[in-house]
Design a protein around this ligand. Structure first.
Ligand SMILES: NC(=O)c1ccc[n+]([C@@H]2O[C@H](COP(=O)([O-])OP(=O)(O)OC[C@H]3O[C@@H](n4cnc5c(N)ncnc54)[C@H](O)[C@@H]3O)[C@@H](O)[C@H]2O)c1
Length: 277
């Protein structure tokens, strides 16, 4: 009998799953959803976010603290890594959370034999491509700031840990994952929370993941990204920004095409900074 989408989602390939960045926007959105993917969901963040519920564990850890990260990873079978600085800003915190933090996470995964990671990368790895072009995962990185550079480092780091140690990673270049698109740019970049969960589920359950780069977007009519290099992941988005288009157009002005914010895929990130440390 054909399995329904919901039944497919409940395949528990991993006994214990670690979610970093659990106190953040996407961590909160995924907390309930990811319980379908595992028997025990270990939640982690640097900031406190409440008690563990049934089927959960809470381990607080600063990603920059190697010993804490080692404890956070011990005993899990797979990792969904969302923790870190999630916007452009001064280099110090980005270095600690996203660069040293990613290294600490992969070292801990190596030591504890964790073989699959879903890494929250970002569209800002390729933010200096133009909005008038469509790119694939084979296009070279063109980071649009320090944050995008740190995610490019995470992608290269995870490729090294795959080539050298066989740790499979999906680098999910998340577009804009919010309840609804907030502006015209997000009509192209939007990723619904349910599609984000579908995408992570696909990355966790596909038989052979390898080291894959996949753009995290819903089935939006207007898009700048081509996921044809990641068919083996098996992600099928079910949502689309198209239902928001009329309302977004009604409440936002047309883009100024002489403005870099409207020219480049990274939007406002391409003009952010420099920041005082
Ligand atoms: N939301 C989006 O549209 C989007 C787009 C592209 C990429 N991403 C990526 O997805 C992930 C989650 O995004 P979000 O929107 O939930 O961001 P968020 O800022 O809401 O959450 C990030 C979480 O990471 C935690 N964190 C920061 N520094 C840390 C450290 N040193 N140690 C441990 N935890 C630390 C924060 O406390 C926070 O709870 C991030 O890695 C972000 O870069 C998100």
């Amino acid at each position: 009998m054909a399995r329904t989408e919901k039944q497919k989602m409940t395949i528990k390939v991993h006994e214990k799953l670690l979610l970093t960045g659990a106190a953040g926007g996407l961590g909160k959105a995924l907390r309930e959803r990811l319980k379908a993917n595992c028997t025990v969901l270990r939640l982690s963040d640097v900031q406190a976010f409440g008690e563990a519920a049934a089927g959960e564990e809470v381990v607080l850890a600063d990603l920059a603290d190697a010993a804490a990260v080692n404890q956070m990873v011990a005993g899990v079978n797979a990792i969904v890594h969302l923790g870190g600085m999630s916007v452009e800003g001064p280099f110090g915190p980005i270095l600690q959370a996203n660069i040293i933090g990613a290294y600490n996470l992969y070292e801990a995964a190596r030591k504890h034999g964790v073989k699959r990671v879903v890494f929250a990368s970002s569209n800002h790895v390729t933010g200096f491509y133009r909005q008038g072009e469509t790119i694939t995962a084979d296009h070279p990185a063109r980071p649009d700031g320090l944050y995008g550079l740190s995610k490019a480092f995470g992608e290269d780091l995870s490729r090294f840990y795959f080539d050298r140690y066989g740790i499979e990673t999906a680098c999910v270049r998340i577009g804009s994952s919010f309840a609804a698109p907030k502006d015209r740019r997000m009509l192209a970049t939007w990723l619904s929370f349910d599609d984000l969960h579908r995408l992570i589920t696909a990355c966790l359950t596909t038989p052979v993941l390898g080291h894959s780069i996949i753009f995290g977007m819903s089935d939006n009519a207007v898009t700048w990204w081509d996921n044809s290099r990641a068919r083996h992941v098996g992600y099928r988005p079910q949502d689309s920004s198209d239902i928001f288009r009329e309302a977004v157009y009604a409440r936002t002005p047309p883009p100024d095409l002489t403005d870099p914010v409207a020219q480049y895929q990274g939007g406002g990130f391409v003009v952010a900074g420099p920041f005082a440390e």
